[in-house]
Design a protein around this ligand. Structure first.
Ligand code: FES
Length: 108
């Protein structure tokens, strides 16, 4: 069995996160794009597009997807997968909401 280190980091409060707009969160040298969807769910993915490094927190959110602001690649906010016809993946992170507090869960 592989033991994973799990870190839980407070990244903000539900009411502060604008709906369908990304927020960039810096955790050490890691940049994470955090989104509050219209459903109220929170999603977090690596902030750099695998195509040419577009900043995903500046992308347009539609449903469970974000469109990269540079060349419009469509990336799933659930699992970080780039949608066809493009290919690739960004890291996705789990989040947790406790009351008003939003946490990022990092497992490694
Ligand atoms: S950099 Fe994201 S689609 Fe090109």
């Amino acid at each position: 069995m592989v033991n994973k280190n799990v870190t839980k980091i407070l990244i903000g409060f539900v009411h502060e996160l604008p709906e369908k707009l990304g927020k960039t969160v810096l955790i050490g040298d890691r940049e994470v794009a955090v989104f509050k969807l219209s459903s109220g769910r929170i999603r977090a993915i690596e902030n750099r597009c695998p195509h040419k490094g577009g900043v995903l927190s500046e992308g347009i959110v539609s449903g469970e997807f974000v469109f990269c602001p540079m060349h419009d690649w469509k990336i799933c906010l659930d699992d970080g997968k780039v949608q066809e016809p493009d290919k690739g993946c960004v890291k996705s992170y789990q989040t947790a909401i406790e009351g008003e507090e939003v946490y990022l869960i990092i497992e490694e």
